[in-house]
Design a protein around this ligand. Sequence first.
Ligand SMILES: Cc1cc2nc3c(=O)[nH]c(=O)nc-3n(C[C@H](O)[C@H](O)[C@H](O)COP(=O)(O)O)c2cc1C
Length: 330
Amino acid sequence: MIDLSTKYLGLTLKNPVIAASSGLTSTISNIKKLEANGAAAVVLKSIFEEEILQQEVMQTREAEANSMIYSELSETLDYIDLHIKEDTINKYLDLIRQAKKETLIPIIASINCTTDYEWIEFAQKIENAGADALELNIFLSPTDLSERNFEQAYLDIAGKVIGKTGIPVSVKISPYFTKLSRVIADLSKTGVRGLVLFNRFYSPDIDLDKMEIVSANHFSRENEYLNSLRWIALMSKKVTSDLVASTGIHSAETIVKQILVGASAVQVASVLYEKGVDYLSVLLADLEKWMEDKRYTHLGQLKGKLSQESVTDPAAYERRQFMKYFSGIE
Ligand SMILES: Cc1cc2nc3c(=O)[nH]c(=O)nc-3n(C[C@H](O)[C@H](O)[C@H](O)COP(=O)(O)O)c2cc1C
């Protein structure tokens, strides 16, 4: 019997495969399907700070058009603002409550945020609704030219949320920092229990026939796991937060590689969109088979075995240039 269990955010997971935050984790029926196919935990679709604000503006405009409110009645406006926000939030809290009631796996709520106000109060509500943990998907736009200490803003958001909630908090980040190692180490010191490396973003492309901008990369490809692999290898033994691999995990072999470099777990989204939620059970069966064939009995035997500190050539993870590789190529 192979023991696939692992610890993440202080929670015991029956295996290392978590359903990443996506449209697949936004309804109770999907969450139950993910559990039935072996998901060790589910990160709910993020509640977006942007979305709440946009919804507020749209509904306020609609109300104005319907002459429901008058500009001089600012208290009415305040009430409507509050009401709209609460509606979005309440739906999210209901999903958490329902998921906790109808499944046995850990339910991780997710907030997509860019500032450190407003939604910090949500963190408490999310905890009260029964979520086992909270993942903060923090993304400050690198194109924002206004004066701000970019990296510090991430630390401030994480620190403030941790101070407001008793449940474990993880932070999902992009790889786009000037000094990524510093950001990972500093975030870990804030008391964040987990770091999800990395988020993946929409990329615009151009359709030359239509002369239009189109979305190029809805889903990851299977070779996109390499950046997470490198950074988890580099950082897993240097930080106290659990590291979770995200992006490009499409096979059991990739899961094994991420655990070998020190990941506590992995998160999957694209592969489930492309191959169906049922594919989770295939990934888990393949993982078990791989371990059985190699005579491993529990996942802990793999964890961190090939992190930077554990390999004979630690520089291999730092190498960036292909000099040697290309030197023999005409
Ligand atoms: C359709 C779709 C919706 C997503 N929505 C969210 C979201 O709401 N919040 C979030 O943190 N990540 C979201 N993601 C990102 C995924 O959680 C994941 O980090 C990313 O897709 C990389 O993993 P993958 O290669 O397994 O897809 C979404 C991804 C997809 C494909």
